[in-house]
Design a protein around this ligand. Structure first.
Ligand code: DMJ
Length: 642
C-alpha cells in the first residue's frame, strides 16, 4: 500500500466542514439518545397523520420497558476500559428494577461520554489519600531501585541488577546518579539526595576531565539536563523555584557546585558544535581531549542533533554566557531551512553537508524528540514565542498535520489509532510499526494544545482552536493505544515495538499473550521486539494527559502499569531489571536497569499520582529525559540580540 494513498483516518477526510476533527465515530453511541431520537422522529410523523393520546401512552409504556431491558448499567463499561482488576464491585449502581419502575415513572439518567463516566463514577474516584499512598509506593520503588544501584554499582553508569555489578555504557559519568538526583529532590528522598549530591561534588568534575568518548545527545539530556534541573530545584537560579511546589523542607543539593560542573561539561560538549563544518553538531565528544568527531558512518540522528536546546539555552540563561544557546539554536534555525515532507523529516542528518540523509520517516527511534523539542523550546522561552521563536511552533504545527495526514491509521478489527512509519519516504509503503518510544507523542500533543494549562481552563478562556481540540483528541486516542500495548501482553508490560493489524494487510502475526484483551488481534508483537527496557514514554503521556484533562482513567492506567513493573521487574536484592519477553510467563529477565527508570519512569508515575500539582506544566518544561526546567519568562536570549 502506498504511503500517500491508503485510508487516512486522521487526515482531512475526517475533518468536518467547519474544519474540526469529527470524533463522533469514536464515541460510544448512547442507546437512550438513539431511542429518544427515534421517538422524536416517529412523533413528528404521527403529528402529520393518525396520532392519538392512547397510541402515545402505549408507545411511552413500551419504550419504558424497552429501556429497562436495553439500558446498560455503568459497570458494563468499566472493566473493559480499566481492565477490571482494581475495581471494587461493592458500590456498583444497579439498573432500576421492575418494581421501581411501577412505583414511579423512570427518570432516565443522562448518558455521558466515556471521560465523564470516569469522573462521575464513584468506582473510579479513589480518595486523595489513596493516591497519596500509591504515590508513596512509587517513592519506595525509587528507593529500592537506588539501593540496588548504590550497593552494587555506585559510580558506574548503570546497575546490572542480576549479577550485582555496574556497567559504563554511557561514558562513565555516573549517569544513574545524575539522572536520579532531581527525582530524589522532587520525592523528598533525602538520603538519596545526600548520597547522589555528595558523589557528584566529589567525583564528577574529575570524571569529566578524565573520561573518553561520550555521545553528545545522551550526555546532554541525562547528565547536563539532570545537573541543571537539580540546580534549579535547589534554588540555584532564584528564579521561581518556589513555583515548583516542592516543600522547602525537602533536602536539596549544592547549586553552585552543580552549575560549575554543568559549565565544565557543556564547554567540552560545545566542541561537537564548533568542530562541525555546518550547524549540525558531530555526534561524539572525547571529553579529556576536548575533541569531537562524527559517528563511524558520518551521520547524526535527527533527534539527537535537535534535542539539545532546552539544556543549552537554560545554561546560557543561568551562566550569563550566550554561547551555549547560540550554538544549540543554530541547529533548529538551520533545520528550519531544510526540505521536509509535510513537516516530517528523515531520521538521519549529515553534519558534513548539513542535509538530511535517506528518506526514512518515523516518530520512533532517531526521530522522536525532534518533534518534542520543536514544541518545548518554543514553550520554554515565553517572551520569544510570538517573535524570534514563532517559527518553532509553526514547524511543530506543520509536522503534526503531516503526522495526521501521512502516519496515523486505525487497526482492524477494533479501530485503535496508531502512528506508523514511512521507511522509504512519502512515496514508499506505509509500515504499521510503532516503537514504544512513539508514546511520548500523546503528551506532546496535549501540551501543544493547551500549552500546559488544563483543558477546562483553556476552554473557559476560549483558548483552544479546532486544531488544538483535534490534537487533544488524537493525544487521547494514542494514549489509549499505548496502554493497550501494555494490557495486551501476558505481563501487562509493553514490548519495545508493536505492529498493528490494518486493512489490506492480512498477514497478522504473533499476539501479546493476553487472550482476554479486546485488542489481542489488533496488536502484533514479533519475537525480536518483545523486550521491555523500563521505558517511560507511556507513563509520561499519562502524566501530561491527566494534568491537562483531569480524567482519572489516566491515573488508573498508570497504577496498573506500575503494578506490573513491581510484579515482574523488581529484583529482591535491589533494583529493577529489563525483560527479554513481555509475552511469556514468567518473563525472562535482562541484566540491566536503565538510568531513565529512575530519571523518568518513576518520576512521571510519582507526579501522576501527585495531589498538589507539583511542577505545574505551564511553569515547567520537562526535557526529553524528564528533567524539569523552568519556563523562562522575560528572556530575550542574549545570543539573539548580539
Ligand atoms: C530516554 O533517554 C529519553 O526519553 C529519550 O528521549 C528517548 N529514550 C529514553 C527513554 O526511553
Amino acid at each position: 500500500m502506498s504511503g500517500g494513498s491508503g485510508p487516512l483516518p486522521y487526515s482531512m477526510r475526517d475533518v468536518g466542514a467547519g474544519g474540526a476533527y469529527n470524533n463522533a465515530k469514536f464515541r460510544h453511541r448512547s442507546r437512550l439518545k438513539m431511542f429518544v431520537q427515534s421517538l422524536a422522529t416517529n412523533s413528528s410523523k404521527y403529528r402529520c397523520g393518525k396520532f392519538t393520546v392512547g397510541k402515545f401512552l402505549s408507545l411511552l409504556m413500551v419504550s419504558g420497558l424497552l429501556y429497562l431491558f436495553l439500558h446498560k448499567s455503568p459497570e458494563g463499561l468499566v472493566p473493559d476500559e480499566l481492565h477490571g482488576k482494581e475495581v471494587n464491585n461493592n458500590n456498583v449502581r444497579r439498573a432500576p428494577s421492575i418494581r421501581t419502575f411501577w412505583r414511579k415513572a423512570p427518570r432516565l439518567p443522562p448518558r455521558l461520554p466515556p471521560n465523564e463516566i470516569y469522573k462521575n463514577n464513584s468506582l473510579l474516584q479513589q480518595s486523595p489519600s489513596e493516591w497519596t499512598s500509591r504515590q508513596k509506593k512509587v517513592k519506595e520503588a525509587f528507593e529500592h531501585a537506588w539501593s540496588g544501584y548504590r550497593n552494587y554499582a555506585m559510580g558506574y553508569d548503570e546497575l546490572m541488577p542480576l549479577s550485582h555489578r555496574g556497567t559504563d555504557g554511557l561514558g562513565g559519568l555516573g549517569a544513574t546518579i545524575v539522572d536520579s538526583l532531581d527525582t530524589a529532590i522532587i520525592m523528598g528522598a533525602d538520603d538519596v539526595v545526600s548520597e547522589a549530591s555528595k558523589w557528584i561534588e566529589e567525583n564528577l568534575m574529575k570524571r569529566i576531565s578524565e573520561k573518553g568518548q561520550v555521545n553528545l545527545f545522551e550526555t546532554t539530556i541525562r547528565v547536563l539536563g539532570g545537573l541543571l534541573s537539580a540546580y534549579h530545584l535547589s534554588g540555584g537560579d532564584h528564579a521561581g523555584s518556589v513555583d515548583s511546589g516542592i516543600p522547602a523542607s525537602y533536602k536539596k543539593a549544592n547549586p553552585e557546585r552543580l552549575l560549575e560542573v554543568s559549565k565544565d561539561l557543556a564547554d567540552r560538549l560545545l566542541l561537537a558544535f564548533t568542530s562541525s563544518p555546518t550547524a549540525i553538531p558531530l555526534s561524539d565528544v572525547i571529553l579529556r581531549d576536548r575533541t569531537a568527531h562524527a559517528a563511524p558512518d558520518g551521520l547524526s540522528s535527527t533527534s539527537e542533533a535537535s534535542t539539545l536546546q532546552l539544556e543549552f539555552s537554560y545554561l546560557s540563561r543561568v551562566s550569563g554566557d550566550p554561547k551555549y544557546d547560540r550554538e544549540a539554536m543554530k541547529v533548529l534555525e538551520h533545520m528550519r531551512t531544510l526540505p521536509k515532507v509535510q513537516g516530517l523529516v528523515p531520521i538521519y542528518i549529515n553534519p558534513s553537508s548539513g542535509q538530511f540523509s535517506g528518506e526514512n520517516i518515523r516518530l520512533g527511534s532517531r526521530g522522536d524528540s525532534y518533534y518534542e523539542y520543536l514544541l518545548k523550546v518554543w514553550i520554554q522561552q515565553v517572551e520569544s514565542r510570538d517573535s524570534s521563536l514563532k517559527y518553532l511552533f509553526e514547524m511543530y504545527t506543520e509536522a503534526m498535520r503531516g503526522v495526521k495526514h501521512l502516519l496515523v491509521r486505525k487497526t482492524v478489527p477494533n479501530k485503535l489509532v496508531f502512528v506508523g512509519e514511512l521507511p522509504f519516504g512519502r512515496n514508499g509503503d506505509f509500515s504499521p510499526k510503532m516503537d514504544h518510544l512513539v508514546c511520548f507523542l500523546p503528551g506532546t500533543l496535549a501540551l501543544g494544545a493547551t500549552k500546559g494549562i488544563t483543558k477546562k481552563k483553556a476552554l473557559e478562556s476560549n483558548l483552544l482552536t479546532d486544531e488544538d481540540i483535534e490534537n487533544l483528541q488524537l493525544a487521547e486516542d494514542l494514549a489509549k493505544t499505548c496502554v493497550e500495548m501494555y494490557f495486551v501482553t501476558s505481563t501487562g508490560l509493553a514490548p519495545e515495538i508493536a505492529y498493528f493489524h490494518i486493512e489490506g494487510n492480512p498477514e497478522g502475526g504473533p499476539d501479546g499473550g493476553n487472550k482476554s484483551n479486546k485488542y489481542v488481534n489488533d496488536i502484533i508483537i514479533k519475537p525480536l521486539d518483545r523486550h521491555n527496557l523500563l521505558r517511560p514514554e507511556t507513563v509520561e503521556s499519562l502524566f501530561v494527559l491527566h494534568r491537562i484533562t483531569e480524567d482519572p482513567k489516566y491515573r488508573e492506567w498508570g497504577w496498573q502499569i506500575f503494578q506490573a513493573f513491581e510484579k515482574y521487574t523488581k529484583v529482591d536484592s535491589g533494583g529493577y531489571s529489563s525483560l527479554d519477553d513481555v509475552t511469556s510467563l514468567p518473563p525472562h529477565r535482562r541484566d540491566k536497569m536503565e538510568t531513565f527508570f529512575l530519571g523518568e519512569t518513576l518520576k512521571y508515575l510519582y507526579l501522576l499520582f501527585d495531589e498538589s500539582n507539583t511542577l505545574p506544566l505551564d511553569k515547567y518544561v520537562f526535557n526529553t529525559e524528564a528533567h524539569p526546567l523552568p519556563v523562562m519568562r522575560s528572556m530575550e536570549q542574549a545570543s539573539h540580540s548580539v
